[in-house]
Design a protein around this ligand. Structure first.
Ligand code: AMP
Length: 599
């Protein structure tokens, strides 16, 4: 079953009769998920039979004609689990121009860069036509489910805050860039717009401009210019929308004057972007004065509900809002007011994983139904280790991997991928929990990145634990009229005892005693037994809250963008040991508080 081809001929991501085709296709594959998974694995192995990596494990063993059940057990018994580091030498040879069949039989001509914002290091992974086709497919499937709940008008527009990074050539002449960059440049991105009958406001010159500040301004300008046609507001990760509206708060005056006169701010210096935008806009004084009136009024209510006011026909806001994006929900809700927030699908540079079939659920409750044709998925059962005071820093205990058909409700797992792009039993590093099933395919809750753990000694707090703690602290902040803009953390073990540092950028003035109380509250809110015990015995020192100056997290974003990350895939690292980041954070710290909890 070739998923992408099946989709192109059968499916349509928008309302109407064809919608049924793509949904019914997914019903069929999810009902037969176990068999479809075995077929998917067999297809991957047959396509790539004889490549160097597989030969290492299969030798000259003949797999053609083998039954898919037997092949599945042979594969999982011969091929070991691997991490990105294991694939790196192979990928490097491909990047350097080795055209031998190393990971795939089809030559790889493009490489993707993961955002690197969760682990601090960008990883290169193979990208093929299949990668764009699965993106198209999941976009159309998700669009069909959305349009059942929130129908949109054919021929409408999407105000999309999307950004390509710069593409570059590797030593061997392969094109490298982020996966989203390749997708926005692909034929599939155009097909998606035609099939879903909804078109991005901005031309490719804006998306691919390479300077996110200039692109954001143009996205906003064009979104306003087409305001009555905009059906929904979107981005890859929610951060980009929040970031765009923070810019809007500053730039609305200039945007209004550009709308009025059909001009473009001189801050947009890129000739191709300028030309593309100026070819679209024309003077519209009437629209400009409406926008200006809305902005003047909204300024006094801190821009509450600005999105539906400016885009009265918008049906929802659509973006990834789970995982490390959850902290931006509050701000997003503020801008969106009663407009629904629809959380987008779950994927990675390595492969798409799951689709949100319940667009009407609030982002906090969203889970993702695994797409059984996209890759072969295995799941390592994870158990949060019972605290053993003598043990070191082990976080999760693992059991042997199970196939998709054997996962259990409520159990946490790490995802393993075998992809059409040449990754075999690849540990993705994401922790998920099985929240339910859609027919025979599991629905996953994203929990956290596995190795993003705040730990000093026997304590272990995941990104999710940290989020809960920060949420409690920031509630107190809100009561005093201030708001948390962004945060990160670091386990400082330079001096004994080690301690947690939480960095906050805040908006608004708050008294020091309130911040000190926020610090105490956060320290006392970590419920991890190892942490509590260590704090009581002072083998972990008091938590330190560092308030950083306004704009610090923008500097961090600029640091990542400067190193080749794309805004579309940017995720603020919630826990970091990256020396450059710590340097920025420490240089920008303007106030420090030490917790008085446990004293
Ligand atoms: P990257 O490939 O660097 O853009 O990042 C992919 C990672 O982003 C995944 O492995 C997840 O950790 C995270 N991610 C992607 N989609 C979601 C989602 N819907 N919810 C939560 N986290 C996500």
């Amino acid at each position: 079953m070739e998923p992408a081809q099946a989709m192109t001929s059968n499916g349509n991501g928008n309302g109407g009769g064809h919608e049924y085709d793509i949904i019914s296709w997914f019903e069929t594959v999810s009902r037969n998920a176990a068999a479809v998974q075995r077929e998917t694995l067999a297809r991957i192995l047959h396509l790539n039979y004889g490549v160097e990596y597989l030969k290492k494990w299969f030798g000259d063993m003949e797999i053609q004609g083998m039954d898919s059940c037997a092949l599945e057990s042979l594969y999982t018994s011969l091929v070991p689990l691997a991490s990105h580091a294991d694939f790196e030498p192979f990928i490097q040879r491909i990047a350097d121009g080795d055209t031998a069949p190393i990971l795939t039989q089809q030559p790889i001509t493009t490489l993707s860069l993961s955002s690197g914002t969760t682990e601090g290091r960008q990883k290169l992974v193979p990208f093929t036509r299949h990668s764009s086709q699965t993106t198209l497919q999941i976009c159309r499937l998700a669009a069909s489910y959305r349009s059942r709940v929130y129908p949109i008008r054919d021929g409408g527009r999407i105000l999309e805050f999307i950004y390509s990074s710069k593409q570059f050539k590797t030593k061997g002449g392969l094109t490298a860039g982020t996966a989203t960059t390749h997708y926005y440049a692909s034929e599939e991105f155009k097909i998606k717009q035609q099939k879903t009958k909804c078109f991005t406001c901005s031309p490719h010159e804006v998306i691919s401009g390479g300077d996110y500040k200039q692109s954001t301004y143009c996205h906003l300008l064009l979104g306003l210019f087409f305001s009555d046609q905009v059906e929904f507001i979107a981005s890859t990760f929610a951060y980009s929308i929040v970031q765009a509206f923070a810019s809007f708060e500053e730039q609305w005056g200039e945007l209004c004057s550009d709308i009025k006169d059909g001009t473009l701010s001189s801050t947009i210096t890129q000739p191709r972007m300028r030309k593309a935008v100026l070819d679209i806009v024309s003077p519209n004084p009437c629209l400009a004065s409406q926008i200006e009136a809305i902005c003047r009024e909204s300024r006094t209510s801190h821009w509450y509900g600005i999105i539906p006011k400016l885009w009265p026909n918008a049906k929802y806001v659509y973006s990834i809002m789970t995982g490390s994006m959850q902290p931006y929900l509050k701000k997003l809700r503020h801008y969106a007011a009663s407009l629904p927030l629809v959380s987008a699908d779950y994927g990675s540079t390595e492969s798409w994983i799951g689709v949100n079939l319940d667009p009407c659920l609030p982002p906090e409750d969203v889970s993702f139904a695994v797409m059984p044709t996209f890759a072969y998925f295995e799941f390592i059962p994870l158990y949060r280790q019972k605290q053993d005071l003598t043990s070191g820093t082990v976080d999760f205990m693992e059991n042997v991997p199970v196939p998709l058909s054997q996962v259990k409700l409520g159990q946490e797992y790490e995802i393993i991928l075998t992809t059409f792009t040449g990754l075999y039993r690849y540990r993705l590093g994401d922790v998920v929990e099985v929240a339910g099933f859609h027919n025979g395919t599991p629905k996953l809750n994203f929990i956290c990145r596995k190795n993003l753990i705040l730990t000093v000694n026997i304590d272990k707090n995941t990104e999710k634990d940290l989020q809960i703690v920060v949420e409690r602290g920031s509630q107190l902040l809100s009561k005093h009229g201030a708001e948390l803009v962004d945060f990160t953390s670091h386990a400082n073990v330079v001096y004994q005892p080690g301690h947690y540092m939480i960095y906050w950028e805040i908006k608004g003035d708050v008294e020091e005693r309130v911040l000190s109380e926020c610090c105490r509250l956060m320290d006392a809110s970590f419920v991890d037994h190892g942490y509590v015990v260590s704090r009581r015995t002072n083998s972990i020192g008091p938590l330190e809250l560092c308030i950083v100056e306004t704009g610090t997290f923008k500097k961090i974003l600029d640091y990542f963008i400067g190193n080749g990350a794309a805004l579309s895939q940017f995720k603020t690292p919630r826990c970091t040991s990256n020396q450059m980041l710590l340097r920025i954070l420490n240089l920008c710290t303007i106030k420090r508080f030490r917790s008085t909890a446990y004293s």
